[in-house]
Design a protein around this ligand. Structure first.
Ligand code: FE2
Length: 345
């Protein structure tokens, strides 16, 4: 496995670049906007293809690199389903897998620091975001934080992992880089409590100042979505209501860009071809399946995904290779469902 721990000294944030091999797909956890060029350079140097950018939660102390990385690499942005970010390409829930080629992280919902906090687990390590830090825990006094929930997330979930599991948090302010479950059980001062009430008492009396960047970072991090109106302005979008009228017509090829797990959980639009977004480029290139379909049949390609972000990028990519008859459903299957569109499960 390729694993890099990257540090932003301004916010004390750790970001993690993961891949199973050189030349393969990569994902990044908790990227910082100001460091995007550095990440892209490293991705390039290691001959990787960045396919997913993930935030463990909505950050209050730095602006996320998710939007910039998506704009630069067309990667999929990922957060938990509770996030208040306007649009991310993919939303995860407890029990899901966060997968790229050769790697699958278990997704667990660990609220408490915020109500959208997640942790991601590999067999030997866990990425804990700000839920569990090294000799500390993430504050619980804003962004719908809740010390009771955090106690449950830590004691009920994270500390049940094997003792030797490595802990990689989203922050450290003292230069610590890694810990283990056993170490934190024994030496984390916040975890030496006899009851949830004792933990709540500690967390409710920390009297911390708000993060310096909070008034800037939180609003910015809630607006990471791709500007789908630019695609719409070029006439490349259909609304969910318009889609209802044309889906099923013989001259329309409907293409579902989501992953299998998303299709199983949220259902599919009847008649759609499944063609996951990571395989888009090969399919729209000359000789590719979609390229042939568009050229030989004069069918309109109508892409959709979860919230319209992957499909907007797919339309742009198709137009870029000369497939003029490509559109997408603005707002994705989320908008389709709200418009009363039928779904197969
Ligand atoms: Fe945080």
């Amino acid at each position: 496995m390729i694993f890099r721990q990257l540090f932003d000294s301004v916010s004390g944030t750790y970001s993690y670049l993961l891949a199973s091999r050189r030349g393969g797909e990569a994902l990044i956890i908790d990227p910082v906007l100001e460091k995007v060029e550095r990440y892209l350079q490293l991705v390039n140097e290691l001959d990787l293809k960045l396919v997913k950018a993930v935030d463990t939660h909505l950050h209050a102390d730095h602006i996320t690199g998710l939007g910039a990385l998506r704009d630069r690499t067309h990667c999929v942005t990922v957060m938990g389903e509770q996030t208040k970010a306007d649009v991310v390409s993919m939303r995860l829930a407890d029990g899901d897998k966060l997968a790229i080629e050769g790697l699958a992280l278990d997704v667990i919902y660990t609220p408490g620091h915020t109500d959208d906090s997640y942790s991601f687990i590999l067999p030997d390590r866990v990425f804990t975001g700000d839920t569990l830090l090294i000799r500390g825990t993430g504050r619980t006094d804003f962004q719908n934080g809740d010390p009771r929930q955090q106690y449950e997330s830590i004691f009920g979930r994270l500390l049940k992992l094997p003792d030797e599991t490595l802990i990689f948090p989203a922050h450290d302010y003292k230069g610590e880089t890694v810990s283990t479950i056993a170490e934190e059980k024994a030496f984390n001062p916040r975890l030496q409590v006899k009851s949830v009430d004792e933990y709540v008492e500690i967390m409710n009396n920390l009297k911390l100042a708000n993060p310096k960047m909070m008034d800037v970072a939180v609003p910015a991090n809630m607006k990471v979505g791709l500007h789908q109106d630019e695609i719409a302005g070029r006439g490349w979008s259909v609304t969910a209501d318009e889609a209802l009228a044309i889906v099923g017509r013989p001259d329309v090829a409907l293409i579902d860009l989501r992953e299998s797990a998303e299709r199983e959980r949220h259902g599919v639009i009847p008649g759609a071809i499944h063609l996951p977004y990571p395989r888009l480029q090969e399919n729209i290139a000359a000789g590719g399946m979609l390229n042939e379909l568009a050229r030989s049949t004069s069918k309109q390609l109508l892409f959709y995904c979860a919230f319209g972000e992957r499909s907007a990028m797919a339309v742009q990519a198709a137009q870029d290779v000369g497939i003029a008859n490509a559109r997408h459903i603005q707002g994705g299957i989320d908008a389709w469902r709200k418009a009363g569109g039928p779904l197969l499960r």
